[in-house]
Ligand binder design. Sequence first.
Ligand code: OAD
Length: 245
Amino acid sequence: MISRAVELIKKSTEPVVFTGAGMSRESGMRTFRGEDGLWNEYSPEQLSSISGLRADPEIVWNWYKMRLMAGEGVVPHAGYRALTYLQRKKGKLPVITQNVDGLHRLAGQTDVLEIHGSMRTASCLNKCGYATELAIDALKNIPPLCPDCGAILRPDIVLFGEPLPHEIISRSYRLAEECDLMVVIGTSVQVWPAAGIPFAALDRGAVIIEINPVQTELPHSDNVISIRRKAGEVLPLLVGLKEKI
Ligand code: OAD
């Protein structure tokens, strides 16, 4: 299975990568679902929705502060480095990610489409135009307020109840429809419209290489090669950075 995946990656002329929270698990970030998933412990309706932010900004910002602190000092693992290597080797490899942790860019990757936004910046909830980098230092007072108009700030993450950034999601679907190979890593493929991206690729005849220790919503099919292992172990093998399995 690994050798077939290696060959497909080598031959692919229009590859695309699609990642989720499991991509960052071996860097120390928690996933949302599954065994130690954040949503087992916390409520997405309260903490990750636009109505939750308006109802109780303090509780929501304390949660984001906790997540920012969890992300402090986190560095991309070997799987990220393998993707960076592959992107440089191919010359072109768009990376569509649901992750907001910024690790793809930190690993040196370009053409990263953050379809759920980024945890690294914040902006005015009242859309007065104020935007800022988000660091823990800026969160001494919670909720943080817009210095220009006094409204509360919001993290630049897509919250439940909000549309995805139009241009980014449109380009992601276009890439899915035009690619010949999609490498799908560390996502449960449960949150729409993001989850539709690999299905759009399959519908147009692309092959999927899935890297995930557990089964997901992706179908069993000749066009889906499911490697039930961890991203940090497998990606270096797939791009030829390690010889043994
Ligand atoms: P999930 O938490 O739903 O799924 C993470 C997946 O990663 C699971 O299928 C795990 O089996 C897999 N996984 C765990 N460790 C792994 C490893 N080392 N290597 C490979 N895979 C591994 O995360 P997402 O699918 O990203 O939305 O969740 C989608 C969205 O739901 C998130 O973007 C977030 C959340 O609510 C927003 O914030 C808008």
